[in-house]
Ligand binder design. Structure first.
Ligand code: ZN
Length: 435
């Protein structure tokens, strides 16, 4: 058995090598240098601009972004499974449409830069004295008991966050002690999106911006929307030989939106960059000379940052049978790459991973193709859980901005973008021939 398997595997690799030597070089020359990059740059600049409001839930940011993607799909003549490329659905989300203001004594802090209001915070106003708690003390049982005996009901508890047990501590302080709010001091501010609110607000303040005050004033207006409607944007190109068989390229277009009236999270790397790859691929495959043998669907998912909602919804309401999907390649964080890429589910779908890695080795497109196992960290996840071969790639190296106000188009290098594009289209040729 093993011997036969070996021969089959070897012949598979020989065929792949032949393809790389004779077919791929002629095909790669058709990509004009600079064109992929400049189109990607335009998309990232547009999607990460202030006009898109962080592609979230204030001022219709996600819908403005969806409309932009739809317009591009239409421009390339992609087919739609319905009238308008949209797959709509609703979900609850906590939003920050109003005033946001935090003061340490009289010092006003800058939202996004000095602090973030944690995603699940409810509204809060007022000026309160603080109780400062050093987390190292809290880890000692006797000290903690003493702290818990205090009445925090009209105070803000400030925790010097030094490590992992902080989450328990927040809950403990917030729930058991009736504190007005909890403030955690952090080295890095990372924002999220939540679908509900907690009983108390949590403010994370950059440790470098904190001066130990006697009082903290809060003005936080939040609004829990019970049924926000958003949409996946889905188009496809029909295959010339196997129209019922699909490859899917996917990337989420939503980001975190706005925190207050003025501060928005651009989400250039996460994931305007993935959308830039998705649209570049849509443009490429829509050219007559690149028409694929099997069909290719392009899905821009919404609601990823809220908890992979768009891709989950799609797998529950697929537009063609999930078993007709040959492979799904999800792209999230495509903006750097000097250290290569990681392939989530690479060890689950080893045959496809090996092919991708070999294509890269033969052509020297990017520095490294790293393998990783299963992880529920982007939109490939629910497809794989439903029996679809699905991997997720993200770039490594370069700027570290993530879920903060610094993930901007201006500083996103896109330096390996064209090489990545070449790698993915070469992999696309392999996928069309695979079973
Ligand atoms: Zn993302």
């Amino acid at each position: 058995m093993n011997f036969i398997k070996n021969i089959i595997e070897k012949s598979h690799l020989i065929l792949l090598t032949l393809f790389l030597l004779f077919i791929f070089p002629s095909f790669s020359q058709e990509i004009k240098k600079g064109e992929v990059y400049s189109y990607a740059r335009k998309i990232v600049d547009t999607l990460a601009s202030k006009n898109m409001h962080g592609r979230g839930y204030i001022n219709g940011g996600d819908s403005i972004a969806a409309n932009y993607l739809k317009t591009e799909f239409r421009k390339f003549g992609l087919r739609s499974f319905n009238d308008d490329y949209y797959q709509k659905f609703s979900f609850p989300v906590n939003t920050f449409p109003g005033e946001i203001n935090v003061k340490l004594d009289e010092k006003e802090l800058l939202a996004g830069k000095d602090y973030i209001v944690f995603a699940y915070s409810p509204s809060a106003t007022g000026k309160y004295p603080i109780v400062f708690v050093d987390e190292e003390l809290v880890q000692k049982k006797r000290k903690l008991k003493k702290i818990l005996k205090q009445d925090f009901s009209n105070k803000i508890v400030v925790v010097n966050d030094t490590g992992k047990p902080t989450e328990q501590l927040h809950n403990l302080l917030g729930n058991s002690c009736n504190a007005k709010a909890v403030v955690a001091l952090k080295d890095k501010l990372t924002w999220h999106v939540a679908q509900k609110t907690n009983d108390y607000p949590l403010i994370e303040i950059a440790r470098s911006s904190f001066i130990k005050p006697t009082e903290i004033s809060l003005l936080i207006e939040t609004k829990l929307i019970p049924d926000h409607t958003s949409q996946n944007v889905i188009g496809y190109i029909q295959g010339s030989e196997q129209p019922d068989s699909f490859i899917i390229f996917s990337a989420h277009y939503d980001h975190l939106g706005q925190m207050g009236k003025d501060v928005y999270f651009p989400g250039a790397n996460d994931n305007a960059s993935g959308c830039a790859m998705l649209l570049n691929l849509a443009r490429y495959y829509s050219m007559t000379e690149h028409q694929p043998k099997c069909s290719i669907a392009f899905i821009a998912f919404c609601g990823e940052e809220v908890g992979l909602l768009g891709s989950k919804y799609y797998t529950e309401h697929p537009l063609f049978p999930l078993k007709n999907i040959k492979f799904l390649l999800n792209m999230d964080i495509m903006g750097t790459g000097e250290e290569g890429i990681t392939v989530v589910n690479g060890s689950v779908f080893k045959k496809e991973f090996d092919a991708l890695k070999q294509i890269n080795t033969e052509n020297n497109f990017i520095k490294e193709v790293k393998i990783r196992g299963k992880a529920a960290n982007s939109d490939h996840y629910f497809f794989a859980e439903n029996g679809v071969k699905a991997c997720f790639i993200y770039t490594l190296g370069g700027i570290k901005a993530y879920h903060d106000i610094y993930d901007r188009a201006e500083t996103l290098p896109l330096n390996e973008f064209e090489n990545l594009f070449k790698l993915i289209t070469a992999f696309g040729v392999y996928l069309q021939g695979s079973n």
